[in-house]
Design a protein around this ligand. Structure first.
Ligand code: 0XW
Ligand code: MG
Length: 369
């Protein structure tokens, strides 16, 4: 089999609730980049990447030029065995992991489709029927966040990510965590995420004020060293996110004793292939995993569900139904949350069928000359 065409679309995704994070980061309408790889046998594989502005070294308009740069090693390649194509991309254009993620996703979709198997079968086999979801609560007034937590609780969600720091007032963050913790009762997992936006001092003040509660902190500061200092000063469990993006950073965070949990985001590592390696390393490290991506619709969500479904359930903390937070849906028949859980799509490959009306006109079609 040979890849003969790369088609790229840009789809603006609008959040149902404007999503506020520390440091002035917000997610209102953001562009998702959808990629299709066509083979000479008539099979098509799908990929998607949706970077959040200012969140990681990634931006939507950077995806197409990077794919154009890599086109000479993608076009003509055999898609079966995505890591072989990945190695060629890494030699041709080092870095640019987020632009490689949708290509890698589409290669896995093609490989599994050619094998006639659902993608999870190639990533380790189905390890659970349904996967636990968390719900991420935008950083707004504490009482409004409590209301959102209660709505999510009613729908069956038992894991709550409380965004912190958007108003730069550490006492409001204490109120957010105390009130959400109380609202959902004992048992559910509650964690506060600063998305790197807190100083060591403020994160430590918040952490010490709530240290008597069952709460985990997520990525308070911009470095592993500062996050470790906050963990040591507060004694609270710590989830790593922005700083954990490759094998080296996972080892560093583990060695620092700062990785009780970790976000394995597809485009942060460079796609399913790299995340599968990261997932297997985290199994060894004993870090509970959140398998997800930065943002996106149904293609991204389906890909992360296949990786989640093939991950040892005892180490899979949760997954994220990103397509639930935005519209439009790229495949309205793709899985949705049910009683706080979700399952990967049925069918071969990724199992998604994008709605061509939602995708609209492609922004590029690259073919072998
Ligand atoms: C990447 N986010 C902003 C969106 C996901 O829902 C989770 C969150 C994070 O930083 O963890
Ligand atoms: Mg995070």
């Amino acid at each position: 089999m040979k890849i003969i065409r790369i088609t790229v679309w840009k789809v603006p995704l609008t959040s149902h609730e404007t999503y506020n994070m520390a440091g002035g980061k917000t997610c209102d309408t953001v562009d998702s980049i959808v990629v299709a790889l066509d083979s000479d046998t008539g099979l098509r594989g799908w990929g998607e990447v949706c970077p959040i502005p200012h969140y990681l070294p990634a931006y939507a308009d950077g995806v197409l030029p990077a794919i154009g740069e890599m086109a000479p090693v993608i076009l003509g390649a055999d898609p079966v065995g995505p890591e072989a194509v990945g190695a060629k991309m890494d030699r041709w254009l080092p870095g640019h992991v987020y632009a490689k993620s949708p290509i890698d996703m589409a290669l896995w979709d093609l490989t599994a489709t050619a094998a006639g198997l659902p993608l999870y079968a190639l990533l380790g086999g189905r390890r659970s029927d349904r996967l636990p979801l968390y719900h991420s609560i935008t950083c707004v007034a504490p009482d409004e966040m409590v209301r959102m937590a209660k709505v999510a609780y009613q729908s069956g969600i038992r894991q709550f990510q409380v965004k912190l720091g958007a108003d730069d007032d550490w006492q409001n963050d204490v109120e957010r965590l105390v009130k959400v913790r109380e609202a959902v009762g004992d048992g559910p997992l509650v964690y506060g995420d600063w998305n790197t936006g807190a100083t060591r001092l403020d994160a430590t003040r918040v952490g010490r004020a709530i240290a008597h509660l069952d709460i985990m902190l997520e990525q308070p500061c911009a470095t592993i060293e500062d996050c470790t200092a906050v963990k040591q000063a507060t004694g609270l469990p710590m989830k790593m996110d922005e700083n954990a993006h490759d094998i080296e950073s996972l080892i560093k965070a583990y060695d620092a004793g700062c990785m009780d949990a970790v976000a394995i985001k597809l485009s942060k590592f460079g796609g399913l292939s790299k995340c599968r390696l990261a997932r297997d390393l985290c199994l060894h490290f004993g870090a509970r995993m959140c398998v997800e991506d930065t943002w996106g619709s149904d293609i991204t969500t389906s890909a992360l569900l296949h990786l989640g479904a093939s991950t040892d359930p005892s180490m899979l903390m949760n997954v994220c139904d990103l397509s639930e937070y935005v519209s439009p849906r790229i495949d309205a028949s793709a899985p949705v949350r049910e009683d706080g859980t979700i399952a990967p799509p049925e069918g071969v490959g990724l199992g998604v069928e994008p709605d061509m009306n939602v995708l609209g006109e492609p922004i590029a079609v690259l073919e072998q000359e």
